[in-house]
Design a protein around this ligand. Structure first.
Ligand code: N5F
Length: 399
């Protein structure tokens, strides 16, 4: 076969496109015998397999001509209406996206130019960093911790810079697992309103809280305060099934219209059958499903924390999540999570090294553990293997 010099054919933008560490790791972790704490993959035992089989057959039989036809870019109208009613917003402000991952890309397309500043937490969701990076922005970061971003650092950045938007995950942050308290949400919003700063709130984990109730989102607080500068993203991936790739964005009409136009060029619309299926599944007892999802993750989180408390040597710090899918870990200064990863894989346990979650570099001694996919026994065994890998790396005398 005659070969081509592909890299000379790629556009300039192609150089900025890089592989997702999570996606690359997922290939490794699919090896039999590996206990994976790597991907934030929902628990397969929660997938509504039976209900989905029945609902799909029903949809195809009764509304097959809609399900199999092209649909509107904005989304299947009854699903937009459901989301509108669920969130208390006008359905005209709802755009159904092909996963929230697509919404992140659309935001990049619409709001970012080469060199334009964009503000993120450090660490932040690496899929967002990957999506934005393709548009060549200048990343600005503020440190984040168990209670969300450092507001003093944020104020400082905003004195000097006018970022196109601030991307935040206030509830059960990926990867750092933090939950921003209400008072802090209110203060952040005041700052945003004062500066006219656009905030993109990614609420992928909104329903996965372990406590009594959900905190109001920045979006809800902003609407209550009469501020339209929060674009809200969430997804059905973590409460139904990620393979369906159905999620949504909520934005004021002018911004939504631009996102819709950007989506037209990407995939015309999210698969109609998947949207109809999601709607059917939502109509079949959502509150009971959410209760169950929360219980399952709460128990898995507890199992992981118990195992970590037993097995981790001194000097290793980790978060105690109040929801979501992740524990965030910090190794003693100077220890490399990449080096630990090599040892861990030899022990047949995997996680995501933290470095790629830092848009501005750093975080070499950090890592993310997901408890979502494994059962209790494998969580315990995986943590034991991780502890063995860690001990083989620690200098003598600190074991
Ligand atoms: O709606 P969907 O499935 O596209 O979710 C993307 C997404 C958006 N925003 C946040 C904060 C997320 O955590 C995610 C999903 N993240 C998972 C993770 O492991 O960090 C899934 C990645 C799965 C993969 O790359 O295969």
């Amino acid at each position: 076969m005659k070969s081509l010099a592909w890299s000379s054919l790629f556009g300039q933008g192609a150089e900025r496109i890089q592989a997702s560490t999570i996606r690359e790791l997922l290939k490794l972790t699919q090896r039999p015998g590996v206990i994976s704490f790597a991907g934030g993959l929902p628990a397969p035992e929660l997938f509504p397999k039976e209900e989905a089989a029945e609902a799909t057959a029903r949809i195809l039989k009764e509304k097959g001509e809609v399900a199999l036809q092209y649909g509107p870019t904005e989304g299947y109208a009854p699903l937009r209406a459901f989301v509108g009613a669920w969130l208390g917003v006008d359905p005209e402000e709802v755009l159904i996206t092909t996963g929230s991952q697509q919404a992140l890309d659309l935001l990049g397309k619409v709001f970012l130019d080469e060199g334009s500043p964009v503000l993120l937490e450090a660490p932040s969701y690496l899929g967002a960093i990957q999506a934005f990076r393709a548009y060549g922005p200048r990343f600005l970061t503020v440190p984040t911790e168990a209670e969300g971003p450092d507001l003093a650092a944020l104020e400082d950045v905003l004195k000097r810079e006018r970022p196109r938007f601030l991307y935040l995950i206030p509830s059960f942050q990926n990867p750092a697992s933090g939950l921003m308290p209400l008072s802090k949400r209110e203060r952040l919003l005041e700052m945003a309103m004062e500066k006219g700063l656009l905030v993109v709130e990614d609420d992928a984990y909104r329903e996965l809280y372990f406590g009594e109730k959900r905190l109001p989102s920045l979006f809800e607080l902003a609407r209550g305060a009469g501020y339209e500068g929060v674009i809200y993203l969430s997804s059905f991936s973590k409460i139904l099934a990620p393979g369906l790739r159905v999620a949504f964005a909520v934005a004021p009409k002018e911004a939504l219209q631009k996102l819709v136009q950007a989506k037209q060029g990407v995939d015309l619309h999210t698969p109609v059958l998947n949207q109809m299926l999601v709607l059917e599944l939502l109509k079949e007892g959502l509150p009971a499903r959410l209760e169950r999802v929360r219980r399952v993750y709460r128990e898995k989180a507890r199992a992981m924390l118990e195992a970590l408390d037993e097995a981790m040597p001194q000097g290793v710090r980790y978060t105690r999540p109040k929801g979501g899918m992740f524990v965030w870990m910090e190794l003693p200064e100077g220890l490399s999570a990449e080096a630990l990863f090599q040892r861990a894989i030899a022990e047949n346990v995997a996680f995501v090294p933290g470095g790629p979650f830092f848009a501005g570099g750093g975080g070499e001694n950090t890592l993310r553990l997901s408890y979502a996919t494994m059962d209790r026994e494998r969580i315990r065994e995986g943590v034991r293997r991780l502890a063995r890998a860690l001990e083989s790396l620690l200098p003598l005398g600190t074991r």
